[in-house]
Design a binder for this molecule. Structure first.
Ligand code: AMP
Ligand code: GLY
Length: 421
């Protein structure tokens, strides 16, 4: 198989790394890719139409889409119209992530446990509802807002300010519709699953670290690290997630005739009354993928091809029992303003420790040196016989890597210990 991966972050580097291990894979392409991808041809990311043309000309057998933006733009529809095999939901189904209002309505209609909430297109009505409900409360701008459109308001003043910001255009078009919902408390977990619309096949559980600072402090980020499995997801919780979230998701897709052949990511809050879905994403999580795929013993290329072909019922997935930990190294200032172009050293030493370094925001400068080129720069990932060993291995590799301003959280995966005896 020749495979094209759309995207160029840590998640896509991990997909390429895993696909390279498949005996079925011949050529690998990535658009735009990144300098960490080995034995891969990186090409510019063009419009969906131009990528479809590229796929025809280069005899691509399967295209895998990493990020949500091309899915929401309808890349799957364009590929399928040309009979090209692609993994991902079509444009209509991608609204599950692209529109918080659509996602919320879908969950409520199909009995998927989630925070109680309402959708507003009118600022005065939203304000009145917020006053009536009181704080804490959560305000969500409707469209894709690069992870910034969610305000978890602890006070009424913050909540009202959030509503004003949304309707005042702080999140662009995304703020014209606003979801106001109950604030849930508990520990979060990420559940990823493959589905072809008929079968749903969960991957191993994982947990992200959204806040920038140790002890879950500071602003939200794209994710500062992840580990798998997440022991907060007990056997009993898995059962509930399968029945109440995954099976109902699949039934909902069928009832609404959504063409969903891709990855579904349920962001779960483990509440005292059971699992509740905070959000659906229509793609692999980043950095969850780094930790999850490091534990996958099965052939990812085969599983993705089966997803696109609606043959997922033929697939079973095997997992290493060894935990994996991914520590994100970020540029000083992230998630606020940060510098780019800082030379990175120590990658070879880091990999000599046995860890794998997935690139996210890197590029080569004019002299061919590897430099920083984003907020989240690297995902340093390691497996261990125990969680403690995996953590130690990941940080041993992290400590080999340097650039001016580099930082990471030092407590990735430690929350797991409260569930392990
Ligand atoms: P999102 O941008 O939808 O991924 O949301 C970002 C983060 O906001 C989530 O990971 C949660 O930590 C938090 N969040 C979203 N919705 C809620 C909610 N209803 N209650 C509590 N926290 C929430
Ligand atoms: N790590 C969170 C996400 O991928 O949305």
């Amino acid at each position: 198989m020749n495979i094209l991966v759309i995207g160029g972050g840590g998640r896509e580097h991990t997909l390429i790394w895993k696909l390279r291990q498949s005996p079925q894979v011949e050529k690998l392409y990535a658009a735009p890719g990144n300098p960490g991808m080995k034995n891969t041809t990186c090409v510019p990311l063009l419009t969906p139409e131009a990528m479809a043309e590229f796929a025809v000309l280069n005899h691509i057998d399967l295209t895998m889409v990493g990020p949500e933006a091309p899915l929401c733009d309808g890349i799957v529809d364009i590929f399928r119209a040309r009979r090209l095999r692609i993994v991902g939901p079509d444009r209509a189904a991608a609204r599950l992530e692209g529109s918080k209002a659509f996602g919320k309505r879908f969950m409520l209609d199909h009995g998927i446990p989630t925070a109680a909430g309402e959708t507003f297109t009118d600022a005065a009505a939203a304000e009145a509802y917020v006053r009536q409900q009181g704080a804490p409360i959560v305000i969500k701008a409707d469209g894709l807002a690069a992870g910034k459109g969610v305000i978890v308001a602890q006070t009424l003043a913050e909540a009202l300010e959030g509503v004003r910001q949304c309707f005042g255009g702080a999140f662009g078009d995304a703020g014209r519709t606003v979801v106001v919902e109950e604030c849930l408390t508990g520990e979060e977990a990420s559940i990823l699953a493959l589905t072809d619309g008929e079968t749903i096949l969960p991957l191993a559980s994982s947990q992200d670290h959204k806040r920038v600072g140790d002890g879950d402090t500071g602003p939200n980020t794209g994710g500062m690290g992840a580990y798998s499995p997440a022991p907060v997801v007990t056997e009993q919780l898995w059962d509930a997630i399968r029945r109440e979230v995954l099976d109902r998701f699949l039934a909902g897709c069928r009832r609404e005739k959504l063409d969903y052949r891709g990855i579904i990511y349920a962001g779960i809050m483990v509440t005292p009354t059971g699992p509740k879905v905070i959000e659906f994403n229509v793609r692999f999580g980043d950095p969850e993928t780094q930790a999850v795929l490091m534990r996958m013993d099965s052939d990812l290329a085969e599983a993705l091809a089966a997803t696109a072909d609606r043959r997922l019922k033929e697939i079973t997935l095997e997992w290493s029992p060894d935990p994996a930990v991914c520590v994100v190294m970020a540029a000083g200032g992230y998630p606020g303003a940060y510098a780019k172009g800082k030379p990175i050293t120590g990658l070879a030493e880091a990999e000599q420790t046995g860890a794998t370094v997935f690139h996210a925001g890197t590029c080569l400068d004019l002299e061919g040196r590897l430099v920083t080129n984003g907020g989240r720069v690297l995902g340093v990932t390691a497996k261990g016989k125990t969680l403690k060993a995996a953590i130690t291995a990941a940080y041993r590799a992290v400590d080999c890597i340097h650039w001016d301003g580099a930082f990471c959280r030092r407590d990735i995966a430690t929350k797991a210990f409260s569930h392990l005896t």
